[in-house]
Design a protein around this ligand. Structure first.
Ligand code: RFL
Ligand code: PHB
Length: 390
């Protein structure tokens, strides 16, 4: 088999890249380790920046997003038992973020890919990117008991944090990493969101909490938990109790509870690999970087990588210019580090750190108070939350 761009991974990065390349007439094949249902079953991001929405439009797959996505003009911070709205739109000249689940975005991209008759090989085993330092790269994989070879011009490593792409250049990568001493347990439930107009971030002496949503009838909530906790430790009842105890009394009394339809624990990590290009192999999305979810940046950063990468590949095939691919890594990393900084900052501000003593705690309280009373710092939060300009 031969294609112009071999894409490893059918998460949002790989699917969006495939769609943008297809629209530009560039042929691509995606190799995915899991089944399509498995990919759709992973409940992750929920908040899209305008850049991501625009990219979905550019890819011609935003019809449902434009109908069902819910714009948010503000977020709320809860601390010391009180709510503090931050007028994200007012502070950014009218910008918004959009609530639309990663699952829905993935489904839209999968449907468009199927409708266009493009090839995605699901359950591809032992995928190996090879010869990407030459001008004849290839990817081998196993399927139905046979080894297959996919020849190509470029390989896009869109295979997430645990993928094979970054692993295959391990000795050429510098890794920057920070692991946080806690995780989040998340619950999805078919109940109306407690705050349909804002995403609520809470910092209480019991730890972080987050109230988000997927639609007017589907909510997504998280609470900070020790890394040693297991999902089995958290009955629905315990989760709802704990969430209420971390919010202000008014919000707590308005939470509509119901059975969880998904419940999972995710560790929090900051990670960047440098560079993101190795000859004819590129890393994009979580394959190259991870942010803790507090700033809602992971999927959005993946979308920006894909914007730069698709642009670079289109330029190469249409204009025979290598300018875009030569500057890909540098351009992405500039934006990635700004999002890393923001995600680290808001994570540090909103969580309880087990090893933080009196002084650190008092400084955190002072910063929260400063934030909600300072237009300068609120504006900084707002402009990062809606996404920095490309
Ligand atoms: P993915 O989604 O991990 O997809 C990678 C795909 O590659 C496949 N794969 C392989 N395929 C072939 N061969 C191999 N050897 C392979 N190894 C892996 C995998 O099966 C998978 O299908 O990476 P991608 O596409 O880069 O997308 C990144 C996003 O998924 C991620 O950044 C976001 O979910 C992060 N995130 C959030 N981002 C936001 O922008 N806004 C949010 O509100 C937000 N909330 C979140 C989040 C992530 C969370 N968790 C669980 C980490 C909330 C949470 C709780
Ligand atoms: C979500 O809706 O899952 C969500 C929202 C905001 C975040 C992280 C996750 O910061």
């Amino acid at each position: 088999m031969r294609t112009q761009v071999a894409i490893i991974g059918a998460g949002p990065s790989g699917l969006l890249l495939g769609q943008l390349l297809h629209k530009a007439g560039i042929d691509n094949i995606i190799l995915e380790r899991q089944t399509g249902d498995y990919v759709l079953g992973r409940i992750r991001a929920g908040i899209l920046e305008q850049v991501t929405v625009d990219l979905m439009r550019e890819a011609g797959v935003a019809e449902r997003l434009d109908h069902e996505g819910i714009p948010h003009h503000s977020i709320e911070l809860v601390f010391s038992g009180k709510r503090h709205p931050i007028d994200i739109s007012g502070l950014t000249g009218g910008k918004v973020v959009t609530a639309y689940g990663q699952t829905e975005l993935t489904r839209d991209l999968m449907d468009a890919r199927a409708a266009a008759g493009l090839t995605t090989v699901y359950e591809a085993g032992n995928v190996q990117p090879l010869d990407f330092d030459s001008d004849k790269p290839r990817v081998t994989y196993e399927k139905d008991g046979r080894t297959h070879t996919l020849e190509c011009d470029f390989i896009a490593g869109c295979d997430g944090f645990h993928g094979v792409s970054r692993a295959s250049v391990k000795d050429r990568v510098t890794e920057y990493e920070k692991v946080y001493p806690f995780g989040w347990i998340g619950v999805l439930s078919d109940t109306p969101p407690v705050s349909p107009h804002a995403i609520v971030y809470g910092n209480s002496e019991r730890g972080f909490s987050l109230c988000s949503m997927r639609s007017m009838s589907r909510s997504r909530y998280y609470v900070q938990v020790p890394l040693s906790d297991k999902v089995e430790d958290w009955s629905d009842e315990r989760f709802w109790d704990e969430l209420r105890r971390r919010l202000d009394p008014d919000l707590a009394s308005r939470i509509v509870t119901g059975p969880s339809i998904e419940k999972s624990i995710a560790p929090l990590r900051s990670f960047v690999a440098e560079p993101l290009r190795f000859g004819r192999l590129f890393l994009a999305g979580d394959a190259g970087h991870i942010v803790p979810p507090t700033g809602a940046k992971g999927l959005n950063l993946a979308a920006t990588d894909v914007k730069y990468l698709s642009g670079a590949l289109i330029e190469y095939f249409k204009e025979r210019s290598s300018q875009g691919i030569d500057t890909y890594s540098e351009r992405c990393l500039k934006r990635i580090w700004k999002a890393e900084r923001f995600s680290w900052w808001i994570t540090s501000l909103m969580h309880r750190f087990p090893d933080t003593e009196g002084f650190g705690q008092k400084v955190q309280e002072a910063e929260l108070d400063y934030l909600v009373h300072s237009k300068a710092l609120s504006t900084s939060l707002a402009e990062n939350y809606v996404g920095l300009p490309l």
